[in-house]
Design a protein around this ligand. Structure first.
Ligand code: SF4
Length: 254
């Protein structure tokens, strides 16, 4: 009986995202950005995500592991960015401030992806592939199934077989040992197929790349459609990536 009363007291905990914005998702510090331009020692960043290009300071969020060192040590130059809609269709669009040529390239990618995923309008099946993750991304992927995020309400289901999948959600830095299994998984998945690189490790290899054991992310192993940074990306960011992948949300937002 106590759980019934607790349930009645808590009410509905499932987020309304993406139908409505979610206060937690809006406030979550999911990325770092430069807020001023000044010379900075690039060695400040352990993963080389900070680029000092003449007068312009950029952060490559694809390489950022969200350690917070830059915000802590140079708060006049860097700050956290609230908001979980961090997924992008173009690897270069993860660099902030964005490179000038990116908008047109994103529009072309958006149209090409929209044409491919038109048939995914009702439900999609996702196959998760771990190519050498530290396990943190997996916790966030699992959270998508809990009552707060509840991806099933959006017609998104996880499947155990690539043969039943529409989307491959790939985590991990792309270890050499997983290159062949990943290639065979992609081969076994029916077309049209959408590939999501989930997490900084999957995009750039993160802290451990390049090394004898891993590639610099999975981009050299498979064609990626959606890039979602974060170490790990929050469940809201993963949800944003999935909705972007199947064309239910636009790259500019809801
Ligand atoms: S948060 Fe850490 S990894 Fe990210 S840009 Fe700053 S120093 Fe680099």
């Amino acid at each position: 009986m106590p759980w019934v009363l607790r349930g009645l007291r808590n009410g509905v905990v499932t987020t309304s995202y993406p139908r409505k914005s979610d206060p937690y998702a809006e406030a979550f510090p999911a990325a770092v950005r430069p807020v001023a331009n000044a010379p900075v020692d690039e060695a400040l960043c352990p993963t080389g995500a900070i680029r000092s290009e003449g007068d312009v300071l950029r952060v490559d969020t694809a390489a950022c592991i969200l350690c917070g060192r830059c915000v802590r040590e140079r708060p006049e130059l860097f700050s956290w960015v609230p908001g979980s809609e961090t997924a992008r269709l173009h690897r270069q669009a993860l660099v902030v401030p964005q490179l000038p040529e990116t908008d047109e390239a994103v529009e072309l990618l958006r149209r090409a992806l929209a044409a491919r995923v038109r048939m995914f309008c009702r439900s999609v099946h996702v196959r998760h592939v771990d190519t050498g993750s530290d396990g943190s991304e997996e916790w966030e992927v699992l959270a998508l199934l809990n009552p707060v995020y509840d991806v099933h309400r959006l017609g998104i289901f996880f499947t155990a077989s690539p043969r039943h999948a529409d989307v491959l959600l790939i985590t991990g830095a792309g270890s050499h040992g997983m290159a062949e299994p990943l290639r065979r998984t992609v081969e076994a998945t029916p077309r049209p197929l959408v590939v999501i690189a989930a997490g900084t490790d999957a995009i750039s290899g993160g802290l451990i790349a390049p090394s004898y054991a891993v590639a610099e992310g999975i981009g050299d192993l498979v064609d990626v459609d959606v890039w979602v940074p974060g170490s790990p990306p929050s469940p809201f960011s993963l949800l944003h990536a999935l909705l972007l992948a199947v064309g239910r949300i636009s790259p500019e937002g809801r």
